[in-house]
Design a protein around this ligand. Structure first.
Ligand code: PHE
Length: 455
């Protein structure tokens, strides 16, 4: 099935790390802790883990299958596998979803650059928890500063995408992912040793189901899709560069494990520290940017060299983790415009960069000077997040599960998933069952539950 002119990832490790590079990003280190904080901690995490295991990994395998079998961008993929049907809309919705995510994700990605600067100039020194809150709010509310970083971040993404990403992504991921992991473990240890951190651990690991409502189910499912980059064609696009002997379910499992470990580690860093310094865990999107500087300050304040080095390293790695995700988002839209509208790759990339930057300006303003403009009570920033993570990605995932579980010829599914027979039939049956019945029904039930129709 490999056509000669399509690039491939070089090694199995490269495949896993590049996919994990797309998956691991702000979703794990920024979004997971604040969603967990807003929905009461451990019980939310349990639901999240079930979503990853029973929906996320099967749907990721399905996306891999679609991408590798079709060897095309995500919109074209459905035209290859299901010619002359409406399935192409699943791919097109994914492209739109990628565009919308990039429009607010890049704003937060830009914040990481501001924080690299703050870390480097030692401006966390001597600040109290209240100072961190005030200075974060001042920064986000400022109309111009976040925009500068937004543009810088979008340009960095643009330059990499224009040059073509296969070698770049693979190489960068191989170096960055292990470094990120090590640093996270180090920070987790620091956070755990802060006095008063026990309450944070309890919050993370002792489930209190009284805090679970319909919104928590939707949030956990949305977080699983967002964090795994699922339901919008990102991993489908990457899989079109996989080799024929890549084991798809095993890769999905590995990516799921890496992604989840990073999220849990981020939780172990944030919550013990938040409780130790008396910050509420439900602070929302600002949680990471207020708590973490405080951790660095509290833990290493009296050894400035260490405080500066560790905090610079952390924000640099956070920025790079975000970059491997923005590249994968940008790539989905660029590949689509380039291949479907017959424009050059460079022109397609410019269109995506400019439109996403404009969307980013709207998202960024909506946290400051445009705070009062809302859609259904949500700022533009929150609305983009809600529509993509809680609606488009799960709906996309449901349709992908139905496409592979019901529509595609079983022979194709078996060939791709089993690598011509190297997978145990029992695991194959389980996977097909999860795709055919469990995922679509569970996603449907969570939506109906959210609408309040189950009461
Ligand atoms: N999974 C990425 C993260 O956790 C975000 C992302 C979503 C990237 C969708 C690509 C596609 O940060």
């Amino acid at each position: 099935m490999t056509s000669n002119n399509r690039a491939n990832f070089g090694s199995k490790l490269g495949v896993i790390l590049a996919s994990a590079g797309s998956a691991v990003g702000l979703g794990n280190i920024w979004r997971f802790p604040y969603e967990t904080g807003e929905h009461g901690g451990a019980a939310f995490i349990l639901i999240y883990l079930c979503c990853v295991l029973f929906m996320g990994i099967p749907i990721m395998s399905a996306e891999f299958l679609i991408g590798r079998r079709s060897r095309a961008n995500t919109a074209r993929a459905y035209q290859v596998l299901a010619p002359k049907t409406q399935w192409k809309w699943v791919g097109r919705m994914g492209v739109l979803c990628g565009f919308l995510i990039l429009g607010y994700y890049s704003v937060v990605a830009g914040w990481t650059l501001e924080f690299i600067g703050e870390a480097a100039t030692n401006s966390f020194a001597g600040k109290t928890a209240a100072d961190f809150i005030a200075s974060f709010n001042g920064f986000v509310g400022n109309p111009w500063r976040p925009l500068i970083w937004l543009v810088v971040f979008m340009m960095a993404t643009h330059l990499i995408v224009v040059r073509g990403v296969e070698k770049g992504i693979e190489k960068a991921s191989k170096i960055m992912m292990p470094m990120l992991f090590l640093l996270l473990i180090l920070l987790a240890i620091c956070s755990l040793t802060l006095p008063g951190s026990g309450a944070g651990i309890e919050f993370l690991f002792k489930p209190d189901f009284s805090k679970i409502d319909a919104g928590a189910f939707l949030a956990a499912m949305g977080q699983a899709f967002f964090s795994l980059s699922l339901g919008m064609g990102c991993l489908c696009t990457y899989a079109s560069y996989f080799k024929n002997d890549t084991n798809l379910p095993k890769t999905a499992l590995n990516v799921g494990i890496i992604d989840t470990s990073v999220a849990i580690l981020a939780g172990i860093i944030i919550f013990p520290a938040a409780f130790a310094v008396g910050i509420q865990p439900d602070a929302g999107p600002s949680l990471l940017f207020i708590t973490l500087p405080n951790v660095f300050q509290q833990a290493f304040g009296n050894i400035p060299f260490l405080a500066i080095t560790l905090s610079i390293m952390f924000y640099v790695l956070l920025a790079l983790a975000a970059l491997t995700s923005t590249i994968s988002l940008h790539e989905v839209v660029t590949a689509y415009l380039h291949e479907e509208f017959k424009m050059t790759r460079r022109k397609a990339a410019w269109i995506v960069t400019i439109l996403c930057t404009l969307l980013g300006v709207i998202s960024s303003f909506s946290l400051g000077i445009w705070k009062e403009y809302t859609i259904f009570g949500l700022t533009f920033f929150d609305a983009f997040d809600y529509v993509t993570a809680k609606l488009m990605m799960p709906i996309g995932g449901m349709l992908i599960a139905i496409f592979v579980g019901w529509y595609l010829d079983k022979k194709i599914v078996w060939e791709e998933i089993s690598n011509q027979g190297s997978l145990k039939p029992a695991i194959f049956k389980l996977l097909v069952f999860l795709l055919k019945y469990f995922s679509p029904i569970a996603i449907g039930v969570i939506f109906i539950n959210e609408l309040g129709l189950l009461k």
